[in-house]
Write a protein that binds this ligand. Structure first.
Ligand code: HEC
Ligand code: HEC
Ligand code: HEC
Ligand code: HEC
Ligand code: HEC
Ligand code: HEC
Ligand code: HEC
Ligand code: HEC
Length: 420
């Protein structure tokens, strides 16, 4: 081969290799799948100590997709804007990564999540608007007008700070405003170090908060056909399937996430758990949500990946009849309490008289349970934990009302006429 051809070939070849390397080097370290030396060392050093200090953290991290893809400790623990850095064994870290430390790499999930009631509305329900910056408040109000800038539900103040902190807020922190300007926590469903979609698809993960008589979704799901089948077939299912390619082969039976979030068979994955809903079921008297038509259509699209249209339409129609009937029962009970108040037999203050608890339990426990049961396949919850209790509470309420009226102080008898 003539020298000139070899020379040109070598020059061209080298140029191509160098060009490729240059292009490659400009991609972020994460995409290259080869963390920089400094970061690799950092993770190694963190892990070296923490394998001794907090071994489970390292074990969970090593099992995560993050570890496989070269995301390391500092990627999450590096202070972001608005987070104070602390010196820690030769590194500067943030003590508490928030949603902001995830949002840098997962902006789409963060934006969807921030639109849901899991974000600002959840925190405001318990704590009111006081903890939000003006920007956070404005963002929350944009997506859920009147639901963030509102007084907290009164019962927390009556129970006291300790109860609110370890009780209410442990669940409602899913939407806590963070000092760095972001909202909420991604780890409620993914955990801190496993960062797993498999975990998020387990009904028990949602059931950490979605349980009990006031929102018995976990119990309802557990007794539904879906829940029974899931328990029986769990071991054949592929809960690790990539979110963008989830099929009914991976999960032929839905869990909470399938109906409320997943992109089953090409549907759009969403972190906005509000998107597929059509009723404010949690409200004492349920009204349609602003996006009623769209929300219902989106949820039905998910049902229709596995069911036929007539059955699903029929199922929804029955559930909506339960909503209407429950609304009637709740309104009738509330009218009794309202008239007692108008007659001056109750103080204006909430939760200081037994009948107010009867009224509250009636809608907050049993009314909600009946409605949730009707939409999520819980016959026993529509009936024995729902309507039967609605009936019983109404009888109690009427008896309490009658007692209050009977005990009404008699109007002072007209004074006897003095003898003339
Ligand atoms: C030389 C050992 C060592 C190294 C290296 C190390 N840590 Fe730690 N880390 C500890 C110990 C020990 C604690 C327990 C609290 C303490 O004594 O500061 C701790 C605590 C923490 C905490 C909890 C802090 C708090 O106040 O709640 C975080 C988060 C943390 N380390 C992350 C990291 C990260 C990320 C790295 C790597 C960038 C790292 N650590 C490197 C030993 C180490
Ligand atoms: C995907 C992001 C992410 C990665 C990667 C990550 N962490 Fe964390 N880490 C978190 C979050 C979020 C918290 C919880 C912060 C909070 O609740 O205040 C946390 C908390 C901790 C804590 C405190 C645990 C406790 O319960 O007291 C330690 C220690 C820690 N991380 C060490 C590490 C080490 C070591 C690595 C690497 C082996 C690592 N982290 C990788 C996100 C991450
Ligand atoms: C430095 C970038 C980076 C940061 C920071 C980061 N991630 Fe990730 N995350 C990734 C990459 C890369 C993947 C893998 C994507 C893939 O497989 O296509 C991933 C995957 C995931 C997955 C899917 C896991 C699975 O089982 O398939 C979840 C869930 C996740 N991240 C949650 C989080 C959470 C929560 C945080 C913050 C506590 C976080 N990530 C922080 C880059 C990051
Ligand atoms: C850490 C607690 C927590 C976990 C875990 C949790 N949620 Fe929630 N969720 C809440 C709270 C609190 C609300 C009430 C928000 C509000 O309306 O104020 C809520 C509300 C909802 C709503 C109603 C939203 C609306 O617009 O009314 C849906 C649907 C929902 N969650 C689904 C899920 C699913 C699915 C999972 C699991 C993948 C899950 N949640 C995990 C606490 C949690
Ligand atoms: C076990 C977790 C948990 C605890 C503890 C908890 N909540 Fe909730 N809360 C939820 C969930 C989940 C919902 C969503 C119910 C639904 O949409 O069906 C909710 C809904 C609400 C709502 C209605 C939604 C809204 O935005 O107005 C209010 C108000 C509320 N909670 C206040 C409180 C208060 C106050 C406390 C403490 C006294 C408390 N919660 C304790 C999980 C919890
Ligand atoms: C209410 C529970 C919940 C919360 C809170 C939550 N996630 Fe998820 N996430 C899920 C579920 C469920 C899936 C899997 C959806 C599916 O089945 O396709 C998922 C999937 C993901 C994925 C994989 C998506 C993809 O297309 O590959 C990423 C990344 C992720 N979440 C990041 C986050 C981040 C970042 C946050 C915080 C802003 C967050 N998640 C908060 C439940 C949650
Ligand atoms: C088969 C699909 C399906 C499954 C599985 C499912 N849900 Fe639902 N869920 C629904 C439907 C349908 C509604 C009512 C939608 C509407 O308002 O139009 C609903 C309503 C809700 C609401 C009520 C919001 C409000 O207005 O009060 C919450 C919260 C919720 N689901 C959480 C869960 C949780 C947690 C699980 C798992 C334990 C779960 N869901 C399982 C379909 C499902
Ligand atoms: C991932 C697939 C899947 C999705 C999504 C799904 N289902 Fe199902 N559903 C099933 C399976 C499988 C069964 C059990 C069918 C059987 O008995 O063979 C079932 C059973 C039912 C049953 C009980 C029928 C009976 O005879 O007991 C009802 C009601 C139902 N689904 C309603 C819904 C509604 C409403 C939705 C949407 C909100 C929905 N399903 C979403 C798979 C799904």
């Amino acid at each position: 081969m003539p020298f000139r051809s070899v020379f040109i070939a070598v020059v061209l070849g080298s140029a191509l290799v160098i060009a490729a390397l240059l292009v490659h080097a400009r991609r972020p370290a994460i995409e290259r799948g080869e963390p920089t030396l400094a970061l690799a060392e950092a993770t190694g050093k963190c892990a070296e100590c923490h394998r001794r200090e907090t071994s489970a953290v390292v074990v969970e991290f090593e099992q995560s997709r993050h570890a496989q893809k070269g995301v390391n400790c500092l990627d999450c623990h590096r202070p972001e804007e608005g987070q104070p850095g602390v010196d820690h064994k030769g590194f500067v870290i943030t003590r508490g990564p928030t949603a902001k430390n995830c949002a840098g790499c997962h902006a789409r999930e963060y934006d969807q999540y921030a639109r849901s009631r899991h974000a600002a509305a959840a925190w405001a329900a318990v704590n009111g608007p006081g903890d939000f910056t003006p920007e956070q408040l404005a963002q929350g109000e944009r997506y859920h007008p009147t639901w963030v800038n509102r007084p907290p539900m009164g019962i927390g103040a009556m129970e006291g700070e300790a109860a609110v902190r370890s009780g209410c807020n442990a669940c409602h922190a899913v939407g806590k405003p963070n000092a760095d300007g972001s909202l909420g926590s991604c780890t409620s469903c993914h955990s801190r170090h496993l960062a797993s979609i498999e975990l998020a698809r387990e009904p028990s993960t949602c059931g950490q908060c979605h349980l009990g008589p006031d929102h018995s979704q976990a119990e309802i799901y557990g007794e539904s056909k879906h829940g029974a089948l899931f328990a029986a077939q769990r071991s054949h299912m592929n809960l690790r399937a990539d979110a963008r390619h989830l099929t009914t082969t991976d999960m032929p039976v839905p869990t909470c996430s399938t109906c409320h979030m997943s992109g089953l068979m090409g549907a759009k994955v969403t972190h906005d758990t509000t998107e597929r809903l059509s009723w404010f079921l949690f409200a004492p008297v349920s009204t349609r949500r602003p996006g009623y038509e769209r929300g219902q259509a989106d949820m039905k699209d998910i049902c229709l990946k596995c069911h036929t249209r007539p059955r699903i339409d029929e199922y929804y129609a029955s559930a909506e009849r339960v909503v209407a009937a429950t609304n009637d029962k709740v309104q009738a009970a509330s009218a009794v309490v309202k008239s007692l108040r108008a007659e001056g037999l109750l103080t204006p203050q909430a939760f200081d008289e037994p009948i107010e608890f009867t009224e509250f339990d009636l809608w907050h426990y049993y009314g909600r349970t009946a409605k949730h049961g009707a939409f999520m396949g819980g016959a026993d919850f529509v009936q024995w934990h729902g309507n039967y209790e609605l009936l019983r509470q109404r009888v109690t309420l009427d008896a309490e009302a009658a007692e209050l009226r009977a005990a009404r102080p008699k109007p002072a008898a007209t004074a006897p006429q003095p003898p003339r």
